[in-house]
Write a protein that binds this ligand. Structure first.
Ligand code: GDP
Ligand code: MN
Length: 378
């Protein structure tokens, strides 16, 4: 689960991590009052969306006075950043930046532990730093039994700072961020940039956190922060219907039974030069209702040019699935090409049922993927 920057900053404050003063705002009409509440002339207007790269997209603007802030707020409310509509902003007190650093804790699969990542060159170009000069990003696995005691926190703080007062501030910040990360079952706690101000203080002027969905049941306070944007609600609605669905940016809609097979299908599409529009796992069911739900999800996306249905019949029989598909498509009005690959239990019977219908039927995954990629290019 993702949360907004202002929500993450709320958690930072609760854990004693320094953040600048900010005011939340979700309508243009409330901006003026927010400016007054902030009580300063130089302020930053920041889009609140569940994506990074807001600065580069024009969603972070430094204003010199209230008029500028109002103009920026109006422009940013209603912007689209990485496909997400901006409906919320914060106004924050502008900070005098001396230098920007990068700090994060993530769950690392390789070391099976939390991983501390730090870089002296933080800010909006961190992806470029990671790509061009990966050696500038320091990585320290945290032993879960040892955690981050003073001596380790200081050792890591020295990587980014020389001044002793700053090292001590940084060490304490690392410990607090780690405590937050662990206590709330986060999968990411990121500060980029962590700013050294002209006055020598450390301030987290950006905050990003995501949480492990499977642990939310034991964190009602975090769950209460759940606030998906309109565009993101589709995924949680699908989840309630028993469908795992993640929307992507490509053209081939996928309907697959099983998460592993769904991922393989996406890999195959890439291999043959196409782009998947989504990850969709309908689970182990041949229920026509579920097929209709899944198809509706796929067809809501205007980018989808073709649908690839990839089914492995294990306990679910292919002929059951074929009947389900026939019933579902009798009720649906779409002329989008649909390619079906059925394999496993009763596959011959299944394919026989689909003969003469509107589907293009393939036997192997390669054939099906090739057909789908071809259709997506037409
Ligand atoms: P992101 O692009 O989504 O990561 O948004 P950030 O919150 O990190 O802001 C992007 C950039 O805007 C930062 O790296 C800073 O360089 C700049 N910025 C943000 N807040 C301030 C501020 O208070 N003062 C100044 N001078 N720059 C800021
Ligand atoms: Mn940032």
């Amino acid at each position: 689960m993702k949360i907004y920057e202002y929500q993450a900053k709320g958690l930072f404050s609760a854990y004693g991590i320094p953040v600048e003063k900010y005011v939340f705002c979700n309508e243009a009409g409330a901006v003026e009052a927010a400016c007054r509440e902030l009580g300063t002339d130089r302020m930053v207007v920041k889009a609140q969306v569940h994506t990074g790269g807001r600065g580069k997209a024009g969603g972070v603007k430094l204003a010199k006075n209230k008029e500028e802030a109002l103009n920026y707020a109006n422009a940013i409310l209603g912007m689209t950043i990485n496909g997400l509509q901006v409906r919320k902003i914060i106004l924050s007190e502008a900070v005098d930046i001396e230098s920007e650093r990068y700090v994060s804790f993530v769950v690392d699969r390789n070391t099976k532990s939390a991983l501390l990542m730090m870089c002296a060159e933080g800010g909006v170009d961190i992806e470029e730093v990671a790509a061009r000069t990966p050696e500038k990003i320091y990585k320290f696995p945290i032993d879960p039994l040892i955690g981050l005691p003073d001596y380790l926190a200081r050792k890591y703080a020295f990587v980014l700072f020389n001044d002793l007062a700053q090292v001590n501030r940084m060490a304490s910040l690392l410990q607090k961020l780690y405590q937050l990360f662990i206590e709330k079952d986060a999968s990411l706690a990121e500060i980029n940039p962590l700013v050294l101000t002209a006055q020598g203080n450390l301030v987290a002027i950006d905050a990003k956190m995501t949480f492990d969905d499977n642990a939310l049941y034991r964190h009602p306070d975090i769950l209460a922060l759940f606030d998906p944007a309109e565009d993101e609600k589709i995924e949680s609605e699908a989840k309630e219907k028993g469908i795992s669905f993640v929307r992507l940016s490509g053209e081939i809609g996928c309907m697959v039974n099983g998460a592993g097979l769904a991922m393989t299908t996406m890999d195959m599409i890439k291999l043959y030069g196409g782009t998947p529009a989504n990850f969709l796992d309908i689970g182990g069911s041949s229920n026509p209702g579920k097929v209709i739900e899944a198809m509706t999800l796929l067809l809501e996306d205007p980018k989808v040019k073709v649908v690839l249905i990839n089914i492995f019949g294990g306990i679910t029989r292919c002929d059951d699935i074929a009947s389900g598909l026939l019933i579902a498509f009798q009720q649906m009005k779409t002329d989008i090409p649909v390619i079906v690959r059925l394999t496993g239990t009763n596959e011959k019977e299944g394919r026989e049922l689909l003969k003469g219908a509107r589907f293009k039927v393939a036997e192997t995954m390669s054939d099906a993927t090739r057909m789908a990629v071809e259709a997506s290019k037409n």
